[in-house]
Design a protein around this ligand. Sequence first.
Ligand code: UDP
Length: 236
Amino acid sequence: MERREKLYEGKAKIIYATDDPGKTILYFKDDATAFNGAKKGTILDKGVINNKVSARLFKLLAENGIESHFIEQLSEREMLARRVEIFPVEVVVRNRIAGSLAKRMGREEGPELPMTIVEYYYKDDDLNDPMINRDHVLAFNLATAEQIDEVRETALKVNEVLKNYMFERDVLLVDFKLEFGDCGGRILLADEICPDTCRLWDRQTLEKLDKDRFRRELGGVEEAYLEICRRVCGEI
Ligand code: UDP
């Protein structure tokens, strides 16, 4: 597989074309941003860890019948993936109260929710990714009814698989963000699933093992990412 021109550079990844028009190479960087780019930094070897953790989790999901854009891990920082047209909707799944939900509802972080919450955000940096609902998705033609319903169903399935897998590794899956794309009419889970995009707490101590350590300047960022990599990719 030959790496060709750069198609897109995001905050954490660079997307390259390949000699196959149906495939892309994702290159994982160490750059870290928070609060829509207002806080910038680097997390040493984050790209290596996020690539490895994402590859493991996409494989796990495939083993459980959930297809994604993932084809194979090519190198420490490169992943081969199917080329998709990303929907401009970020899907957040929540099992516990944390982050923007805690703020919006005026609650402390931590408690388990009596039911899983699925939220949609309109992907637009200039607007700060505002929260939207299913009606907005349809009224603004961001996806069709069939597509958004399939996205929601898949997101809930992903949650069940990941929550159980993490729990067996002494990790609580608090919440996470998914992105989906169109691949020739087929909806595919895309992007990455890693400590940048998930809140992951130690099951015993509730210690944060994710990007909140960077966002909130808690220290021990690299150590937390490594610990997640060890638990997710290593033996139980
Ligand atoms: N998230 C993400 N990218 C975003 C916004 C959120 O990956 O642009 C993830 C975040 O890591 C967390 C979940 O989605 O696991 C819910 O985030 P929340 O809405 O609480 O926003 P935050 O507090 O991260 O701003």
